[in-house]
Design a binder for this molecule. Sequence first.
Ligand code: ADP
Length: 315
Amino acid sequence: VGPTIAAGEILVEIMATDRGLGFLEPLTLVGPYPSGAPAIFIDQVARLGGSAGLIGCVGRDDFGTINLERLQRDGVDVSAVAVSDRYPTGSAFVRYRPDGGRDFVYNIAESAAGQIRLTHEARQLADRAGHLHVMGSTLSVAGLRDIVAYATKAVRARGGSTSFDPNVRKELIDGADGTQFSALVDDADLLLPSGEELLTAAGVDDECQAVKALIARGVGEIVLKRGAAGSSRFAADGSRIDCAGFLVEEVDPTGAGDCFGATYLTCRRQGMEPGKALFYANAAGARNVTRRGPMEGVTGFDVLDGFIAGTQRAT
Ligand code: ADP
């Protein structure tokens, strides 16, 4: 029992509408949209009726306000989100390459998101939590490493669980300590890699071997995100469940992995069996990519059930 909590960057995202153009030429940009992987994740938890809290920091500005208002409206406990008078809310600019890939320009280190500290409010939230979700991007901010260390201990002491999404962005992780990454992998009850991250986390180049190696290292269960192809779930008892993706037109892929992970976790915390949780997670990820804006596709069970009823799946 106790809320699911996450910690990390709360940002606004400003995105290019023209696919294929680089930042070196004038672009049409839209936004600001509420964003930041931990914020998207925890908002999705709340929208599914899960008790949810976020540790973070925003500036005392409009970009901070749109995030706080959205999170509060959706039912997230923001008591541990500090408001900085000195630093502006962090931001991310994204543009899409012709091959569908993305390039980001981040303003995090010198923003409020870079000032996250283990505050009194953060300790209080962690002391009540039943589940801690950690993102790979956490490793880029010093204060977050303290928060994760404290919250992991606090959650474990209460008999709670942890999940880790090794969503490492090269721009954010350069220079970070690899041993800390390994410890986060090994400690995870639930690991949520996407694509190549499974192999990177295991240090091998075969999917089956990677799963075996990680389970042997102590990971409780692995849910692998496969983009449009769907997902797979591997458990410590050797069982495997595959779930085909829904057929949708991708408008904006940002946030899909966070919606997916939050949905799987919340369904499981609500007592749903793994296959059904994976199915809902696939639906949440697929629906998210049909909406422009990272947090705009976050949704509750009512909308997900409608989406499932009206959408075909790949075979
Ligand atoms: P991440 O955002 O972490 O890289 P993915 O891109 O794999 O993760 O997306 C997470 C999940 O969202 C996928 O496992 C899938 O269920 C769903 N999803 C993502 N992109 C699509 C897509 N184009 N079509 C259908 N489902 C998708």
